[in-house]
Design a protein around this ligand. Structure first.
Ligand SMILES: [Fe+2]
Length: 180
């Protein structure tokens, strides 16, 4: 059995993601690289770094087309579950709920959101209820999911320096799940 996407497909999808990122000031490739840069600065392990790099892959190019009709974090989680691993899938799948979580537990967090991110919050379900917060926090990877969300929000700075995409190719090859 072969996997749905190869490392090359994934790099191509990111490379092609130089269109604008909604109303954000940077494009999706820069956003992905900046998110991964925060994970590297934190000295996160490879699976977490790659989850940061790929957290929005579900809204991009061939991957979005393959998972058409699903919310981008659900598509991204399915992509990561097949190609990277359960933890990357969890982190990518929770990066939208993590925003709904952080606006409840960290009052300063909401103030730091971009206008576009504030606008999408209601569509994403609004702030979590008390029960939802408890359920979110009960998961052993909740802390990493909240961190990835903060890296996502911080990854919208025009011109911020990052590694280039080629830096991540060996990390992807090493982590990729493939029978071939
Ligand atoms: Fe993002």
């Amino acid at each position: 059995m072969t996997t749905t996407f190869t490392v090359e497909d994934t790099l191509d999808t990111l490379r092609e993601a130089e269109g604008r990122y909604g109303s954000e000031a940077i494009n999706q490739l820069e956003h992905a690289l900046q998110a991964a840069e925060h994970a590297l600065a934190y000295r996160a392990d490879t699976e977490v770094v790659l989850a940061a790099l790929l957290h929005d892959i579900g809204r991009l190019g061939a991957v979005a087309r393959h998972y058409r009709g699903q919310p981008h974090e659900v598509a991204g989680a399915a992509f990561c579950a097949e190609h990277l691993g359960e933890r990357a899938a969890f982190l990518v799948g929770r990066h939208v709920p993590a925003k709904r979580y952080l606006v409840v537990v960290d009052p300063a967090y909401f103030d730091g959101l971009s206008p576009a991110s504030v606008r999408s919050l209601e569509k994403q379900g609004g702030p979590m209820t008390t029960d939802e917060v408890a359920e979110f926090e009960a998961h052993p990877w909740a802390r990493e999911a909240a961190m990835l969300r903060r890296w996502d929000d911080a990854a919208k700075v025009p011109g911020a320096p990052t590694h280039d995409l080629a830096y991540f190719e060996p990390l992807l090859r090493q982590a990729w799940r493939s029978d071939s």
